[in-house]
Design a protein around this ligand. Structure first.
Ligand code: XMP
Length: 480
C-alpha cells in the first residue's frame, strides 16, 4: 500500500507575489456559500451548541457572513431561534412579540428580558386575532418598582400607528416627528399587522453590507440531522425563513446522509438550499452533489474540540482535504466550506487559497459575547465553555432533549468513546471584533498575493512547505 502525505495549515505558507494592491480596502471578500447564496465575507459560525444560536447568527449576518443554528435543540426551539434572527433588522416585523393586558409587570419584564426586547405591544385576543390596545415602553417601566401591577394600568394607550403598506421613508418621518422608537402597524379596524422599530432602521443603516434575504431580513442557516424528524424539522425551519439547511453529520459520505439529501431535494425542490457534510474526499463531494446538495462542508477531525482522529484513527489533514475536494468541486461547480481547525487569520487565508469558498469557525467564536451561555470568571480571568458536538456532555444534552427534557446522560444512550472534547476557552468580547480581525488578516493576505478577489487569490496561490523550525520562526520569538 502506498501512503500519501497529508498536510495542514501549520505545514505551509503562501508565497508572496508582485502586488499592485496597496490597501486592504481595495480587495473584495465576496464569496459563494452555496450555489445560490453569496456572502460579503467568507465566514460562517459553526452549528454548535456553544457557538451559534440567534445572537451569534444576527451578528454574523450583520457583518456580511452567516450563522448556522445548531440542531441540539427541540424542533420548536430551533425554529424559534431562526425566527428571532428573521425578526431583527427587518423593516417590518410581521409577527412582533406581544403580551396580554392582564399579566403583571413582573411577568412582562421576564418575557422582555428573555426575548431581549426593550418594549412590548399589548393586545387583546378577539376571535383568534390580536387587537392592539397599548404599548409598554422602556419609559413606562423606568421608575416602576411594584412588579405586581397589571400591564394594563402601566401601558401607554395613546398610540401612534401606521398601516401595513407604509413606506420606509414615511415610517422614518413618523418615528422622528413623534420622537418614538416603535411604530405598530394596524389594520383599519385596529388589529395588529406588524411593527417597525427605530433600532432596526438604525442597525440597517449601520450595516449596509450585511447578508439579507429577498425580503430584506437577515440571513440565517439551520442544521438538521438524518433521523426520522428531519423532514418535519426542515419543513418548519424553512417556513420560519431559514435560508439554508445544513445536513450535519460527522460522516457525510454515508448512505443515510446521501438519502436525506435526496429526500430533502425531492420534497422541497428549488425552495431549499442544501449544504451537506462533513466530508474530506472528492468521491464524497461527487456523491453528495449528485444527490442534490448546493454546497458542501469539508473537515473530518480538524476542529479544536474534535477527537475523531484520536478515537478512530480516521481523518484527512485539513489543507489536503480542502485541496482534494477543491479539484472535484470546481468540476462539479459546487461551492464548499472549510470547516474546522482555523486558529487565526493566516489559517483562514490558507484555507481559502487552497480552494475553499468560505470557512466555518467554532473555537474562535465560542469565547465571545454572542455565543450561548454566560462567561465565567476564574481568578480574575474570563472564560466561556466550548464543547465538541460529539462530546460526552453535548451528547448527554441531546439525549435529554430527545426525551422531551427528561432523563439523559449515559444511562439513556449507548454513548461510549466520545469523539469530542469539552472545556473552556478565553473570553474574547464581541464576536464582531473577532470577525473584523479575521477579515482584516485575510484582506492583507490577499494584498500580499497581489489579488483583489478571492477567485484571483486562489489562482495566484502557491504554497511552500515548512519545517518545524520554519513554524517556530513564523511565530513571535525572542520577545518577552
Ligand atoms: P473549530 O476548530 O473552529 O472547529 O473549533 C469547528 C468544527 O469542529 C467540528 N466539530 C467536531 N468534530 N467531534 C469532531 O470530531 C466533535 O465533537 C465536534 N464538534 C464540532 C465541526 O465540524 C465544527 O464546525
Amino acid at each position: 500500500m502506498q501512503i500519501r502525505e497529508g498536510l495542514t495549515f501549520d505545514d505551509v505558507l503562501l508565497l508572496p507575489r508582485h502586488s499592485a494592491v496597496f490597501s486592504r480596502k481595495d480587495v473584495s471578500t465576496k464569496a459563494l456559500l452555496s450555489r445560490h447564496i453569496s456572502l460579503n465575507i467568507p465566514l460562517i459560525s459553526a452549528n454548535m451548541d456553544t457557538v451559534t444560536e440567534s445572537g451569534m447568527a444576527r451578528t454574523m449576518a450583520r457583518m456580511g457572513g452567516i450563522g448556522i443554528i445548531h440542531r441540539f435543540l427541540s424542533i420548536e426551539r430551533e425554529v424559534e431561534e431562526v425566527r428571532r434572527v428573521k425578526r431583527a433588522e427587518n423593516v417590518i416585523i410581521e409577527d412582533p412579540f406581544t403580551v396580554l393586558p392582564d399579566i403583571t409587570l413582573g411577568e412582562a419584564k421576564n418575557f422582555m428580558r428573555r426575548e431581549g426586547i426593550s418594549g412590548v405591544l399589548v393586545v387583546k385576543m378577539k376571535a383568534g386575532r390580536k387587537q392592539l390596545v397599548g404599548i409598554l415602553t422602556r419609559r413606562d417601566l423606568l421608575f416602576e418598582t411594584d412588579d405586581r401591577q397589571k400591564v394594563s394600568s402601566l401601558m401607554s394607550k395613546e398610540l401612534v400607528t401606521a398601516r401595513p403598506d407604509v413606506t420606509l421613508e414615511k415610517a422614518k418621518h413618523i418615528l422622528h416627528d413623534y420622537r418614538i422608537e416603535k411604530l405598530p402597524l394596524t389594520t383599519k379596524d385596529g388589529y395588529l399587522a406588524g411593527l417597525i422599530t427605530l433600532k432596526d432602521i438604525v442597525e440597517r443603516m449601520q450595516n449596509p453590507t450585511s447578508s439579507k434575504d429577498k425580503k430584506g431580513r437577515l440571513m440565517v442557516g439551520a442544521a438538521v440531522g438524518v433521523k426520522e424528524d428531519t423532514l418535519l424539522r426542515t419543513d418548519l425551519l424553512l417556513k420560519a425563513g431559514a435560508d439554508v439547511i445544513v445536513i450535519d453529520v460527522a460522516h457525510g459520505h454515508n448512505s443515510r446522509a446521501i438519502e436525506t439529501t435526496k429526500l430533502l431535494r425531492k420534497t422541497f425542490g428549488s425552495k431549499i438550499e442544501i449544504i451537506a457534510g462533513n466530508i474530506a474526499t472528492p468521491e464524497a463531494a461527487r456523491d453528495l452533489a449528485k444527490a442534490g446538495a448546493d454546497g458542501l462542508k469539508v473537515g473530518i477531525g480538524p476542529g479544536a474540540a474534535c477527537t475523531t482522529r484520536i478515537v478512530t484513527g480516521v481523518g484527512v489533514p485539513q489543507l489536503s482535504a480542502i485541496m482534494d475536494v477543491a479539484k472535484e468541486a470546481a468540476k462539479l461547480g459546487i461551492p464548499f466550506i472549510a470547516d474546522g481547525g482555523i486558529k487565526n487569520s493566516g489559517d483562514l487565508s490558507k484555507a481559502l487559497a487552497a480552494g475553499a469558498n468560505t470557512a466555518m469557525i467554532g473555537n474562535l467564536l465560542a469565547g465571545t459575547k454572542e455565543s450561548p451561555g454566560e462567561y465565567i470568571l476564574d481568578r480574575g480571568v474570563a472564560y466561556k465553555y466550548y464543547r465538541g458536538m460529539a462530546s460526552y456532555e453535548a451528547a448527554s444534552e441531546k439525549t435529554r432533549i430527545d426525551a422531551g427534557g427528561q432523563g439523559g446522560g449515559p444511562a439513556d444512550g449507548f454513548f461510549r468513546s466520545p469523539e469530542g472534547a469539552s472545556g473552556r476557552v478565553p473570553y474574547r468580547g464581541d464576536a464582531g471584533m473577532v470577525v473584523t480581525d479575521l477579515v482584516a488578516g485575510l484582506r492583507s493576505s490577499m494584498s500580499y498575493l497581489g489579488t483583489r478577489t478571492l477567485k484571483e487569490f486562489q489562482k495566484n496561490a502557491e504554497f511552500i512547505r515548512m519545517t518545524d523550525a520554519g513554524l517556530s520562526e513564523s511565530g513571535p520569538h525572542g520577545v518577552k
